[in-house]
Design a protein around this ligand. Structure first.
Ligand code: SF4
Length: 195
């Protein structure tokens, strides 16, 4: 693991679904600007991320949905279910692996097939909604970073949930910075002449 994975920053860094920060990246070309999310900025650096634009989809774009069948999970166009997008999303997610290591939390857009956190409609093979769960990006993020604090813009409106999220973000940041410090110390000790 190199230092770029643990940059020393003077504030926690929180990923945010880019549409919540006013970026017009949604499937319909609009945004979901949320002042409640913007108001986190005095305490942390907000890092906008849009998985669907990141994976190469255009704006606007055909709506997509999450499907599941047994253990299998995918992401496909609603109108043309033959268009399977999960591999594209997974490639993008892996390409940004270094970025995920620099984040201390994530504020997510509720109900999105990519960004939803426990609020995304899941469909069966025939397209019928059968359950509610995580969007595909969040499924990957939770698997890779089980200790990263996550919240959506709806829960963020609740003052107790917001305070708990920020406490978790700060704790995660302190651990990350500690890890970076230990890594730097180790590198200094490893230098020739420091034995
Ligand atoms: S919910 Fe996520 S994928 Fe959808 S537009 Fe917002 S940032 Fe992009």
């Amino acid at each position: 693991m190199n230092m770029s994975q643990h940059p020393v920053t003077d504030q926690p860094r929180v990923g945010v679904s880019a549409c919540l920060l006013g970026q017009p990246v949604r499937y319909d070309g609009k945004d979901k600007n949320c002042m409640n999310v913007q108001s986190l900025t005095p305490c942390c650096e907000l890092v906008p991320v849009c998985p669907e634009v990141g994976m190469g989809l255009p704006v606007p774009r055909p709506p997509i949905q999450v499907w599941q069948s047994g253990d299998a999970l995918g992401l496909r166009q609603v109108e043309n279910p033959a268009v399977e997008l999960a591999p594209q999303l997974q490639d993008w997610y892996q390409r940004l692996n270094l970025l995920w290591h620099t984040l201390d939390g994530f504020v997510l857009k509720s109900r999105s097939p990519s960004c939803g956190h426990g609020s995304t409609p899941l469909h069966d093979i025939s397209g019928e909604p059968v359950a509610v769960g995580d969007g595909l990006f969040v499924t990957l993020l939770r698997a890779g970073f089980p200790y990263m604090p996550l919240i959506d813009e709806v829960s963020l409106q609740n003052s107790a949930a917001r305070k708990a999220f920020m406490r978790q973000v700060i704790a995660h940041y302190q651990q990350r910075i500690k890890g970076a410090g230990m890594h730097r110390e180790q590198k200094t000790q490893d230098k020739p002449g420091n034995a």
